[in-house]
Write a protein that binds this ligand. Structure first.
Ligand SMILES: Cc1cc2nc3c(=O)[nH]c(=O)nc-3n(C[C@H](O)[C@H](O)[C@H](O)COP(=O)(O)O)c2cc1C
Ligand code: SF4
Length: 490
């Protein structure tokens, strides 16, 4: 992962944990209402985290149930189930909701969370669409087989070698020349997209409107999200979170890099058009009173990308449209991601934008803790200034009671999301509430978990995945790690 140049190693924040009485008086453990009838019992939130535990067909497995059940033991105000694909297309061991056949598994998942949290935890599901991305190809295979040879390539070879015979060379000779050529030559002959496909693996963009299925996204996505949301409602979820963040389709529509010319790109209002139309379709499908929110970025952290001013406009528009909550994240984009190894897919959390999404303890002066909350607070301030009360969920390096309570008291956010701290200790919210803060296992922000995600391996935490391996009935990964944190008895 990218690291800030100063590479300062930060210690964990000191924390004085509350007594049970102090917790009971705190804002963190006070309820908040999202929409008619849906209230979170406390302002604690486990945001979406992909654990790589679904079947290859995107179905719920016993490991998925165990993963969410374990978070439910800690009784947070809400758990958001991982990014779940709205299309009915193969996407590896990521959950899917693009067909009714997924309903059984998802219904069981809701039941497990209800049961293990004693009904205290609301369960939402994050709905995602993503475009096709291919692994970085092996160089020779790409140049010999995948690349379509065109007259443009011949032209560039002829110019480069100052030899017009290249204009009429057969395909096999052009390929053989490229395979033998040095990188500068290959780069000068390929188009920028072909060069990117060779270096990173090809990646579709929302601006590829010459492709019919990309041009059609404004027509295809609203009904896909609407059907998925309706299924979530039927499965018993308490609401849905539309994934408008990070490197995926809807965030790409919102991005300043979206230059589509069909009324869905360019100016902010046009970039907002599809996200609002998706929301309207979802709302029409699930009806008033069913919680629908979205996750979006307070800053894309990439050259030419959105900043907090865009986020403020989007936040206001989503709140005005009637969304029931807004969950803010930061960065996590493909544009600044590191080059993957051959045979691997580019991972959107390896550049600076990835760092800002999941900051590690190796940081700059500012450190990794709640570093993007000020931008998220700016979005909230504008929503409040417009007279809207939409709850705003903030995230990124929040791991102590003082931090969480300070954010709430200063009005920087309404609900506190903690991903990695909840992975390190799924009971940490409960321990705080019960005045047992000294038992909390503190996340060390090393991103071992995120490295597993990058390798598409089952996500675990280094603080517990080798502990008590002889526990009876313990499920393990193929390389012998335990799949959930050891239990805790209050
Ligand atoms: C393993 C892992 C998987 C994640 N998957 C998702 C996801 O599916 N959707 C999403 O919006 N964010 C995802 N995130 C980002 C987190 O929700 C969160 O925003 C981020 O980790 C920063 O919060 P933290 O500092 O509390 O960990 C993931 C994070 C981790 C560590
Ligand atoms: S592996 Fe565990 S300790 Fe390390 S960053 Fe992830 S959750 Fe935190």
């Amino acid at each position: 992962m990218w690291k800030p140049p100063d590479r300062i190693k930060h210690k964990l924040l000191n924390s004085r944990w509350p007594t049970a009485a102090q917790a009971a008086q705190s804002q963190l453990f006070s309820p908040i209402s999202l929409v008619n009838g849906t209230t979170l019992r406390e302002r604690t939130w486990v945001p979406a985290m992909v654990p790589w535990r679904a079947t290859e067909d995107g179905d719920v497995t016993p490991e998925v149930l165990e993963w969410y059940g374990r978070f439910a033991d800690g009784q947070p105000g809400a758990i958001v189930v991982e990014a779940t694909g709205v299309r009915d297309i193969p996407s590896g061991p990521l959950l899917r909701i693009g067909d009714d056949r997924f309903l059984n598994g998802l219904t069981r998942l809701v039941d497990v969370v209800r049961q293990r949290s004693g009904g205290r935890t609301r369960i939402f599901i994050q709905l995602i669409d993503f475009l096709r991305i291919r692994r970085r190809p092996q160089r020779e295979r790409y140049l010999r087989s995948f690349l379509s040879i065109t007259d443009e390539h011949r032209q560039r070879l002829a110019e480069g070698f100052e030899d017009s015979r290249w204009l009429t060379q057969p395909e096999e000779s052009v390929r053989a020349c490229l395979v033998a050529a040095d990188e500068n030559r290959v780069k000068s002959v390929l188009t920028s997209r072909e060069w990117e496909a060779l270096q990173f693996g090809s990646r579709e963009r929302v601006t590829d409107t010459e492709e019919a299925h990309i041009a059609a996204l404004p027509h295809t996505l609203p009904p896909l999200f609407a059907a998925a949301a309706q299924r979530a409602q039927r499965a018993g979820f308490d609401g849905v979170e539309l994934h408008y963040a990070h490197a995926y389709t809807m965030a790409s529509f919102l991005s300043r890099l979206n230059t589509r010319k069909d009324g869905y790109g360019g100016a902010r209002e046009q970039r907002l058009r599809l996200p609002l139309e998706v929301y309207e379709a979802v709302r029409a499908a699930v009806g008033e009173g069913y919680p629908v929110g979205c996750r979006f970025l307070c800053d894309e952290i990439i050259d030419g990308g959105n900043d907090v001013e865009d986020a403020v406009t989007f936040g206001l528009a989503f709140a005005q449209a009637g969304m029931d909550f807004l969950s803010l994240s930061t960065g996590g984009k493909f544009e600044d991601a590191k080059q993957p190894k051959e045979g691997k897919a580019v991972y959107p959390y390896t550049g600076r934008s990835g760092y800002e999404c999941m900051p590690t303890k190796i940081s700059d002066q500012q450190g990794p803790f709640a570093r993007n909350v000020p931008k998220q607070a700016q979005v909230r301030q504008h929503i409040r200034a417009a007279g809207l009360s939409t709850p705003v969920i903030v995230a990124g390096g929040i791991c102590t009671f003082e931090q969480a309570e300070g954010i709430l008291k200063r009005g920087e956010g309404d609900v506190i999301a903690a991903a990695r701290q909840s992975l390190a200790d799924p009971d940490w919210f409960l321990k705080m509430r019960l005045g047992r803060g000294d038992d909390i296992v503190r996340c060390e922000y090393t991103n071992y978990c995120e490295a597993l995600d990058q390798q598409h391996k089952m996500v675990t935490c280094r603080l517990w995945d080798r502990k008590h391996l002889d526990e009876s009935g313990l499920r393990k990964t193929s390389d012998g790690r335990r799949t959930v944190a050891p239990g805790w008895q209050p």
